[in-house]
Design a protein around this ligand. Structure first.
Ligand SMILES: Nc1ncnc2c1ncn2[C@@H]1O[C@H](COP(=O)(O)OP(=O)(O)OP(=O)(O)O)[C@@H](O)[C@H]1O
Length: 298
């Protein structure tokens, strides 16, 4: 099964073009949709999840025409939105049984089986008797996944799920996604490059409503190797370098000096050293190339 988007476009009434002729094909496995704030990620996720309509375009999941067969899509969809509800003071296990009832999941045995499975995959079995309202942020996010697994979904969409999680919780959450990402299409929308690096075998970068690039993260990093250079300088030095070279990122050292990373086919000058490229470089190079000032004829 494949998710195929063709020419998907959306302009909000205030004139913001949130999706600009998106063409995208997504195969089973973990897919990372990476983009800065305001890139259009949530708009795209909500559109795929049938929660809003595009102005133009077509979306298909296998032979389901998403715009024309909303209910068919919803039967096979698991969607974890950016923000979701307040939970009652009910244990995770009871709440999952309650959701399973709402979803019309068959007999008692079947219900218990699927609830136990959802708790186990999301690593919540040990805390299944605790109130979800009292869960930490990371546990609530994992509960969100447990809840969507009750449907046995084929397409799973998680919108910025790790924002606000501490490193240990983030790690646990990503492991849960890894577990469920093997047989299904899982789309992880995020602005955190490392989430994609750790998990996804395919990804796209979205900016200003446009897909800048679709790529395999490992290959994309390999393509940049030999083209990323670094030097240490100060603020003024960095400003000067930005005028002359393609500075893609900089970070402060403890002594307040700056590590600057530059994208260049050749060594810019003697002060630079070649460094191993990483996915952050790939991301910043694409965003940088999308800046209006770097476009030809502008
Ligand atoms: N209902 C709306 N009405 C008007 N403009 C909107 C609406 N929803 C989103 N936008 C605008 O559309 C653009 C894309 O927003 P969207 O939330 O899809 O981006 P995002 O990549 O998910 O960003 P974030 O990471 O900040 O959530 C932004 O400029 C946003 O301000």
């Amino acid at each position: 099964m494949q998710l195929a988007l063709k020419n998907v476009t959306k302009t909000y009434p205030n004139g913001v073009k949130a999706l600009d002729h998106i063409d995208l094909t997504i195969e089973p496995g973990m897919f990372g949709l990476l983009g800065p704030n305001g890139a259009g990620k949530s708009t795209l996720m909500r559109t795929i999840a049938t929660l809003q309509k595009p102005d133009e375009g077509e979306l298909h999941l296998g032979d389901i025409n998403i715009l024309k067969q909303k209910m068919e899509l919803r039967k096979v969809l698991g969607y974890l939105p950016q923000q979701f509800g307040v939970y009652p003071k009910m244990s995770a296990e009871k709440l999952l049984h309650y959701f399973a009832d709402l979803k019309g999941i068959g007999n008692k045995m079947e219900k218990k089986k699927i609830v136990d499975y959802a708790l186990e995959v999301t690593n919540l079995t040990d805390v299944k008797d605790k109130h979800v309202a009292g869960y930490s942020g990371g546990m609530k996010q994992r509960f969100g996944i447990a809840q969507l697994l009750l449907n046995n979904p084929k397409l799973i969409i998680v919108d910025e799920p790790t924002a606000g999680l501490d490193p240990a919780e983030r790690h646990r959450f990503l492991n849960v996604l890894r577990e469920i990402g093997t047989n299904n299409i899982v789309i992880l929308s995020t602005h955190i490059v490392d989430d994609v690096k750790e998990l996804c075998n395919d990804m796209a970068i979205l900016n200003g409503g446009k897909i800048l690039s679709k790529m395999n993260p490992v290959n994309a990093v390999e393509d940049l190797n030999g083209k990323i250079w670094t030097t240490v300088t100060n603020r003024e030095g960095e400003e000067q370098l930005s005028k002359e070279l393609n500075v893609i990122s900089s970070s402060f050292n403890q002594d307040n000096s700056l590590n600057v990373r530059v994208y260049s086919e050749e060594k810019p000058n003697q002060n630079f050293q070649s460094v191993q490229a990483d996915l952050n470089d790939v991301y910043f190079v694409h965003l940088k190339q999308d800046e209006p000032s770097l476009q030809p004829n502008s």
